[in-house]
Design a protein around this ligand. Structure first.
Ligand code: ACM
Ligand code: ZN
Length: 626
């Protein structure tokens, strides 16, 4: 061949290779893996592909079967699950094994190799690690893999990747309040599936509170006969005077067999369910069922509105007999080492006026009701420790003295977590400022009714669980963080998923991925692939990340101005105030402007020259209130 021609071909080849490079698949895995390389190959999974697991290993077999079921979702085929000893060879297959033998990956890390597109191997030190590898692999599939209505995919092309990944924090939690509103078993399972997808490993299940007791306890049937039902429910935030109630009896509970089903379902997804049994406060539902356990003897009612209530468990002996029997059944149902005993928001009014509680303070040599609360929690801790369990409590358990082996869940900011870690106790961070997903994620003017606050997804994503105040040694006591989902204003499953999707994806990256890889713009670019998945799953979710927040601010000369905010990276807002359609020729927002005569504000968000979403508009009133 002519020398020049061969040089030309070589150059052409280089150009082609480069083109191919630039067209490498975008990988949208959340939480972002620690190390990820995309190579040029494509792995094609088809009806001949098998899921081969290292045997004998029942845990890997279950993971392999679950993966085969998941792939079968939108496919015309279901991959065969085959033990390695019977597989003869590995080609065009997915191979799961626990032979990584690399302690740097820990209990939860894994490695995925694509072996030049010939087969995919997922290796870890543990079955749990393999499970997380499978979650990442599954995110390489397009969203149609969920589409049960369209099972005609005869093959799947997956980008060839090499991934080395491990968890940053050992505790990655999502909470669910089922007292304020209750949700079907099927939904709790769907919620667990979402946790698994994002590599969470704890579900904190808030089972008892003032507005409903939701766990069947055989020794005390009235807890669910009486305590699971309230006569009606406050409408809205309850600002109207007189308050408005809906007049509908509301309630329900989980039977022990349903609870077992949920705990088992979670365990198969490497999620530990931590039950929360609230004490000494948030106990109205229990007291309505067994009024003799309160200081005044009642009568009490299952509460119909929200807040903090003064009637709490009395510290008399009968309360402990009751709670220990309740806990006996709870321990039977929940293998979790941690049991959450609540401990928050306990007004001391009743204890101050109660002879028996005052007698308890004297006989135990306590200084006051705060020490009585601490004594209460320590007594329960001793009971649970004697049964091989450990307690977690909300940060109020620090008041009056922290029980010796307790883990603190820091919710009133981060001070509780800092104090606990400085005392050598473990802590889980769940500050209201960043981790309460019942707070607004967008402009309250256009969001469904929520508790309050403003916690947009970029704020959740920016959360750093390790407080600066801690030394490196103390910071080891921060086990991780958790997002809380209180359900006063969330009645239906779709209300919950709207609040958690996609904010739980953001927190998953905070908890799993190395802090140095955190990048809001990069995360934002991975979100649309997840919206596609939610859509394919038929799950309601929020697009509030693209919503413009309109804020009224008072300028110095008492002029009211409008400030427009977007969390979209490189987002630009163009707006009109005369009802016309905004575009890039309209006014571009760069600083707050006088409200003046505006009554209709129309806005269009752009990013890198492209429209983001539709026109957003607000009717603006001149009054200074929000
Ligand atoms: C809480 O939000 N009361 C823990
Ligand atoms: Zn009392």
């Amino acid at each position: 061949m002519n020398r020049y021609l061969s040089l030309l071909i070589l150059l052409l080849g280089l150009v082609l290779v480069n083109c191919k490079r630039t067209e490498k698949a975008q990988i949208n895995i959340i939480p972002k893996p620690e190390k990820l390389y995309v190579s040029d190959g494509i792995f094609t999974l088809d009806a001949d592909s098998r899921i081969i697991f290292e045997d004998p290993n029942p845990a890997l077999r279950l993971i392999a079967e679950a993966l085969a079921d998941s792939i079968a979702g939108g496919s015309s085929f279901k991959p065969k699950v085959v033990p390695y000893s019977l597989a003869k060879s590995i080609e065009n297959d997915i191979f799961l094994s626990m032979n990584l033998n690399d302690s740097t990956f820990g209990e939860e890390g894994y490695q995925i190799r694509s072996n030049n597109g010939q087969f995919i191997s997922i290796q870890a030190n543990t079955a749990r690690g393999v499970f997380y590898g499978v979650q990442s692999l599954y995110q390489l599939f397009p969203a149609e893999v969920y589409d049960l209505m369209n099972q005609n995919h005869q093959e799947w092309e997956l980008p060839a990747v090499t991934i080395s990944d491990k968890a940053r924090f050992a505790y990655r939690g999502m909470h669910l309040d089922v007292s304020r509103h209750m949700f079907p078993v099927e939904f709790v399972k769907q919620y667990i599936d979402l946790l698994a997808m994002y590599k969470y490993n704890h579900l904190h299940w808030h089972l008892t509170d003032d507005q409903g007791w939701r766990i069947e306890i055989k020794a005390f049937p009235k807890l669910t006969e009486v305590g699971a039902w309230r006569n009606e429910t406050l409408v809205g935030h309850g600002g109207a005077r007189p308050k408005v109630y809906d007049g509908q009896v509301y309630g329900g509970f989980y039977t022990q067999s349903e609870i077992r089903e949920i705990v088992d379902y979670a365990a198969l997804r490497y999620i530990t369910v931590i039950p929360e049994i609230e004490m000494p406060a948030h106990a109205s539902a229990a007291l309505a069922a067994y009024p003799e356990l309160g200081c005044t003897g009642g009568p009490y009612k299952v509460e119909t509105s929200w807040g903090v209530f003064e009637d709490i468990f009395c510290t008399k002996e009968e309360t402990f007999t009751f709670l220990e029997q309740v806990l006996d059944e709870v321990l039977e149902l929940f293998p979790s080492t941690y049991i959450h005993i609540g401990g928050d928001e306990a007004p001391k009014t009743r204890w101050k006026a109660c002879k028996q509680c005052q007698q308890r303070i004297k006989s135990e040599g306590l200084a006051d009701e705060h020490e009585l609360q601490s004594w209460f929690i320590q007594r329960i801790e001793k009971y649970l420790n004697a049964h091989g369990r450990k307690i977690i409590g909300w940060d109020e358990i620090l008041e009056g003295g922290l029980p010796p082996d307790a883990t603190v869940m820091s919710w009133r900011g981060i001070a509780g977590g800092i104090a606990a870690a400085q005392m050598g106790h473990d802590a889980i961070m769940t500050p209201g400022s960043h981790c309460y997903l019942d707070h607004y994620q967008g402009d309250p003017a256009v969001e469904p009714l929520a508790f309050g606050g403003y916690t947009p997804i970029s704020k959740v994503y920016a959360y750093e669980p390790i407080p600066e105040e801690l030394t490196e040694k103390q910071s080891k006591h921060i086990l991780g963080a958790q997002a809380n989902v209180w359900t006063e204003y969330l009645k239906m499953p779709e209300d919950i998923t709207y609040m958690v999707l996609p904010r739980m994806a953001a927190l998953s990256e905070v908890l799993w991925s190395p802090v140095k890889s955190r990048n809001w713009e990069n995360f934002y670019d991975r979100l649309p692939a997840h919206f596609e998945r939610y859509k394919a799953l038929g799950i309601n979710y929020s697009m509030s990340v693209n919503q413009i927040k309109v804020e009224k601010i008072q300028a110095a000369d008492s002029v009211i101005q409008l400030n427009l905010k977007t969390e979209v990276p490189n987002g630009m807002i163009y707006y009109t105030t005369n009802g016309s359609t905004p575009d890039t020729l309209s006014a571009r927002f760069d600083q707050p402007f006088d409200l003046a005569e505006i009554d209709l504000l129309k806005m269009q968000l752009y990013r890198n020259g492209q429209k983001v979403g539709d026109i957003q508009q607000r009717a603006i009133s001149v009054s200074a209130d929000k």
